[in-house]
Design a protein around this ligand. Structure first.
Ligand code: MEV
Length: 310
C-alpha cells in the first residue's frame, strides 16, 4: 500500500514586516528547525473532508483549518485523485499564532504529500498556487511572502507586485528566535497599522519609508557580511515597530534582555503583539548562550540557528 509524505519548514521575517503590507520591501528567511510532516495512507472507507483529518499536536485557527480543507480539495481535483479512502495525518512542530508561518507550512506539506501520493513532481508554481488557496482563507489577503519563503532555501527579498529575489549571504549569521509565549493575531495588528496610516498619513508614511530604507540597508549588510551593522538596523526597525504600536511588554522585555546579553540587534518578528523575537548573536557559541539566558528571562521556547551562506 502506498504511503506518501510531504514536509515543509517554517519561516521568519528578518526585517520589513508591516511596512511590506504597504508596498515596502521585506526580507524573510527559511527556518528549518521547525516544520510540518504530512503522511497519507490509503485507508478504505475513511475519508471525510473535515477536521477528523487531523491527528497529532496540530492546532490551527478555524479559518486556517478551513483553508487547509479547501486546499486539499483543490489539490485532489488538480491531481485527479478521487476524494475517498484517504487518511491524511499532519504533524506540526510550529507553534501557531507566533508569526512563524504555521498555516502556510501545513498547506505546503499537505500539497507535497498529495503530489507524492499521485507520484507527481510538483513545480514551484503549482505549489504556490495551491498553497495560496489555503492562505487566502487563513489571512484574507496574503502577501504571498510566507509561501514563497517556506518553499525557498535562501533568504527572500520581497516587494509586493515585484518578482521575488533571493539574497546571497556574505557569511553565516547566527540568530536566536525566542517565543514570548503569547499568541499574536497578525490580522488585528495589520488592521491597527492600517488605521494609524489613515489617521496620520504623513507621519506614518515616513515610518513606512524608514522601515523600507532599513530593509534595503539590511540586504547590503547580509551580502557584505556586516553583522554589527545588521544588528543596528534590526534595533532601528524595532524602534519603528514600537512606535507603530505592534510591540508589547513581553516582546520588549525579551528584546531588552537579548541586547543586554550581547545580541548585536533584536526585534520582534512577524505580526507582533505576542509571538516571537529574533536576535542576532555574535557567533555560534554566543547564540547558544543567549538562548539559555532568554529562556531564564521567560521565553517559552528558544531556537538558536544559523543562516548559512550557500
Ligand atoms: C506577518 O508575518 C507579516 C506582516 O507584515 C503581515 C504580512 O506581510 O502579510 C505583519
Amino acid at each position: 500500500e502506498k504511503t506518501a509524505i510531504g514536509i515543509a519548514h517554517s519561516k521568519l521575517i528578518l526585517i520589513g514586516e508591516h511596512a511590506v503590507v504597504h508596498g515596502q520591501p521585506a526580507i524573510a528567511i527559511p527556518f528549518p528547525l521547525i516544520g510540518v510532516e504530512t503522511v497519507i495512507e490509503r485507508v478504505p472507507g475513511t475519508v471525510k473532508m473535515d477536521s477528523s483529518f487531523y491527528h497529532g499536536p496540530l492546532y490551527l485557527a478555524p479559518e486556517a483549518l478551513q483553508g487547509i480543507v479547501k486546499c486539499v480539495e483543490a489539490s485532489l481535483e488538480y491531481l485527479e485523485i478521487p476524494c475517498k479512502d484517504l487518511l491524511i495525518r499532519i504533524n506540526s512542530s510550529i507553534p501557531p499564532g507566533k508569526g512563524l508561518g504555521s498555516s502556510a507550512s501545513v498547506a505546503i506539506s499537505v500539497i507535497r504529500s498529495l503530489f507524492d501520493f499521485a507520484d507527481r513532481e510538483c513545480t514551484d508554481e503549482e505549489l504556490l498556487e495551491l498553497a495560496n488557496v489555503a492562505e487566502t482563507y487563513a489571512h484574507g489577503a496574503p502577501s504571498g511572502l510566507d509561501t514563497l519563503t517556506i518553499t525557498s532555501r535562501s533568504p527572500v527579498w520581497y516587494k509586493k507586485e515585484n518578482p521575488i529575489d533571493y539574497i546571497d549571504l556574505g557569511e553565516d549569521f547566527h540568530f536566536i528566535v525566542a517565543d514570548s509565549g503569547r499568541v499574536g493575531d497578525t490580522r488585528t495588528s495589520v488592521e491597527s497599522v492600517a488605521k494609524l496610516l489613515k489617521s496620520a498619513p504623513k507621519r506614518i508614511q515616513r515610518k513606512m519609508d524608514r522601515i523600507g530604507e532599513l530593509t534595503h540597508q539590511a540586504k547590503h549588510a547580509l551580502e557584505r557580511a556586516s553583522k554589527h551593522f545588521l544588528g543596528q538596523l534590526l534595533n532601528e526597525a524595532q524602534k519603528e515597530l514600537e512606535s507603530l504600536g505592534v510591540s508589547d511588554a513581553g516582546l520588549n522585555k525579551l528584546i531588552y534582555f537579548a541586547r543586554k546579553e550581547g545580541a548585536l540587534g533584536a526585534k520582534l518578528t512577524g505580526g507582533g503583539n505576542g509571538g516571537c523575537i529574533i536576535a542576532l548573536a555574535q557567533n555560534e557559541v554566543h547564540s547558544k548562550l543567549l538562548a539559555e539566558k532568554l529562556k531564564k528571562y521567560g521565553a517559552t521556547a528558544v531556537w538558536p540557528f544559523v543562516l548559512k551562506k550557500h
